[in-house]
Design a protein. Structure first.
Length: 56
């Protein structure tokens, strides 16, 4: 972990762990949207693909 001049190594580790925790929490909260996003992208690609005129 990079250490800037005048910063405490312990504080930088605590801040790094907190940042990792926040990112992990955001990923955990966003995970249920994964299948919805995959379905949306699949439907969009099927709609714009050539030769798919029978889509309702």
């Amino acid at each position: 972990m990079a250490q800037a001049d005048g910063r405490n190594l312990g504080v930088s580790w605590v801040a790094g762990i907190l940042c990792i925790g926040v990112v992990a929490a955001l990923v955990w909260l966003a995970a249920p949207m994964g299948p919805v996003l995959v379905e949306f992208v699949g439907d969009t690609l099927r709609a714009v693909a050539p030769g798919t005129a029978d889509i309702p």
